[in-house]
Design a protein around this ligand. Structure first.
Ligand code: CP
Length: 306
């Protein structure tokens, strides 16, 4: 049960919670498609702190809260808050705790959302902590896959790109390891998935590491592409050495199975060519749109009821 709980890691969301998120997301999708709005959170306030840039996560969280009848207060960049005067994260969160009912935070440092949760009596939701995790992206990724295939078990899912710094991958691989899926990892050698992520996966997890993108794109049910996270590199020469490592163009996407889907948490830079947007496999904009019903579901589960 997620009631009054923080969601800092995908591990904070149980298997039962994931199924409930799917169920409630379907209800929220129906509400949206009917052009209706809910008032279930009309007395609730969400505070958002985005200390790193965001389009999808911030706007979809705020849209979700509005669609549930709730209110939103937000800090869109650290420089516009008292952080610029030297205030600590702990003190900032203490204030948000007093002013709101749920706190959504994106921060450049791994572990920051967990730290924030220690200083708040209200639930804290991690909207991305550095190269750590992005659990709500994972929920919408799982929901997107489930909606497409009607299941997660039995699928072959390839993850491509920056697996070292890509927090969406770190959360998603943990979540997928709970299902009977085949996971295939494709990245430049310097951007392999960190050992601390791999070592926490159950021993039964079926993982392959590959460098044959053409063969993998033909065989995968889900091809999950990620951006090289330029902002996380301490050595820009290292970044320059991996720019443009993977680019999915129409020719490559055309090799995908008929019912396979191409996903990307977005933003994309040059990993997927614009021509692919019009191909039947492209699912990344639908994936991003699913952020609304999924975040509505999550907020209603955390804040709803008595
Ligand atoms: N997927 C995602 O986190 O996008 P934003 O950085 O735009 O929020």
């Amino acid at each position: 049960m997620l009631k009054n709980k923080s969601v800092v890691s995908i591990d904070d969301v149980s298997d039962e919670d994931i199924l409930e998120v799917f169920k409630v997301s379907d209800q929220m999708s129906k509400l949206i498609s009917e052009g209706k709005k809910s008032e279930i959170l009309s007395s609730r306030i969400m505070a958002t702190f985005f200390y790193e840039p965001s389009t999808r996560t911030r706007l979809s969280f705020e849209s979700a809260m509005h669609r549930l009848g709730g209110s939103v207060i937000s800090v869109s960049e650290a420089s516009s808050s008292s952080v610029a005067k030297g205030e600590t994260l702990a003190d900032t969160i203490r204030m948000a705790d007093a002013y709101s009912d749920v706190i959504v935070i994106r921060h450049p440092l791994e572990g920051s959302a967990r730290l924030a949760s220690k200083f708040s009596s209200k639930p804290v939701v991690n909207a991305g902590d550095g190269a750590g995790q992005h659990p709500t992206q994972t929920l919408l990724d799982l929901y997107t896959i489930k909606k497409e295939f009607g299941k997660l078990d039995g699928l072959k899912i390839s993850m491509v790109g920056d697996l070292k710094y890509g927090r969406t991958v770190h959360s998603l691989i943990r979540a997928l390891s709970r299902f009977d899926v085949e996971i295939n990892l494709i990245s430049p050698s310097i951007l392999r998935i960190p050992q601390h992520v791999m070592s926490r996966l159950p021993a039964r997890t079926k993982i392959t590491i590959s460098d044959n993108i053409e063969e993998d794109i033909e065989n995968s049910d889900v091809f999950y592409v990620t951006r090289i996270q330029k902002e996380r590199f301490t050595d820009q020469n290292e970044y320059r050495s991996v720019i443009g490592s993977y680019s999915i163009d129409g020719g490559l996407a055309g090799k995908m199975k008929k019912n396979a889907i191409l996903m990307h948490p977005l933003p994309r830079i040059d990993e997927i060519a614009p021509e692919v947007d019009y191909m039947p496999q492209a699912r990344y904009f639908k994936e991003a749109a699913n952020g609304i019903p999924v975040r509505m579901a999550l907020l209603s589960m955390i804040l709803g009821g008595e």
